[in-house]
Design a binder for this molecule. Structure first.
Ligand code: NAP
Length: 259
């Protein structure tokens, strides 16, 4: 299926590894020129070179912290008028809410709620004027079903989701869609960290916890980041202009609800 994206431009945040990288790769395969971001310059530059070489598109790496105002300015300076914006950042640390103070909450809300909102604010009016825009927020399955040790994530991402539910209905008239992609367990560095924290809390080995997470998922495995990237590219496709304000769970069926 041709997604009709050849020659478009995208900003993909937090994209040197994991789910962000997978989204960048899937968009590049559709002929989209990219500005990708992450904090560690060396890893980011290597990723940019690999994606450009594999897909023959222009990939501009911008090494900065996207949760900081200066970082967002750098990313937007490299691509002031993107057709596509993929919002992503590292997830907040796990823990017990009794141990978190105001600063911990402010950090989580800054990274996983306010950063995407501020980036959207910077680009959405231009998208609406140009009559094309696709915005995807990478959130978490925790938006649908809270994960006990990820309270900071549960809270901050739910806030983003609530705000987008309203805005996405205002932009779609101009062919600008805003949707959430909710990852369940995907095989990335972040998952390794979450499994390690759970293993320590429960006094078990990481391998044991990982085997349980795979075995108890209806798919009998964790997700491949490439699967996530493909879903993201499809949601950004020219044909997806009637899908907005949705939160699509990619979790192998782990959430047990009928709807
Ligand atoms: P990952 O494999 O650890 O990759 C994170 C990427 O984000 C790296 O490229 C990292 O590079 C970059 N990054 C982190 N903080 C950043 C910042 N402040 N500014 C710019 N770049 C930043 O993580 P992932 O699994 O892809 O997770 C992506 C998001 O999905 C996270 O928010 C995570 O919580 C969420 N999620 C993941 C899963 C899962 O199973 N994988 C499940 C639910 C939710 P640098 O460190 O160099 O900046």
């Amino acid at each position: 299926m041709d997604l009709g994206l050849n020659g478009r431009t995208a900003i993909v945040c937090a994209a040197s590894k994991g789910l962000g990288r997978a989204c960048a790769e899937a968009l590049a395969a559709e002929g989209v020129d990219l500005v990708i971001n992450a904090r560690t310059a060396e890893t980011l530059e290597k990723t940019a070179e690999e994606i450009a070489a594999a897909h023959g598109v222009k990939v501009t790496p911008v090494a900065c912290d996207v949760t900081a105002a200066e970082g967002r300015e750098q990313v937007l300076a490299a691509c002031p008028a993107p057709d596509i914006l993929i919002n992503n950042a590292g997830g907040p640390p796990p823990g017990d809410f009794r141990d978190w103070d105001r600063e911990d909450w402010v950090k989580a809300v800054d990274a996983n709620m306010l950063t995407p909102i501020l980036l959207i604010k910077a680009v959405v009016d231009g998208m609406m004027e140009r009559r094309f825009g696709r915005i995807v927020n990478i959130t978490s399955a925790a938006v649908k079903a809270p994960i006990p040790i990820l309270g900071l994530s549960n809270g901050a991402r739910a806030g983003l989701t609530g705000f987008i539910a309203g805005l996405s209905r205002e932009t779609v008239r101009c062919n600008v869609t805003i949707n959430g992609l909710l990852p369940g367990p995907f095989d990335t560095d972040r998952l390794k960290g979450t499994l390690k924290a759970r293993a320590e809390k429960e006094g078990r080995s990481v391998e044991d916890v990982r085997a349980e997470v795979s075995a108890t998922n209806p798919a009998g495995r964790v997700g491949d980041p490439a699967e996530f990237g493909q879903a993201c590219a499809w949601l950004c496709g020219a044909q997806s202009g009637f899908i907005t304000g949705q939160n699509i769970l990619l979790d192998g069926g782990a959430f047990p609800g009928t709807l």
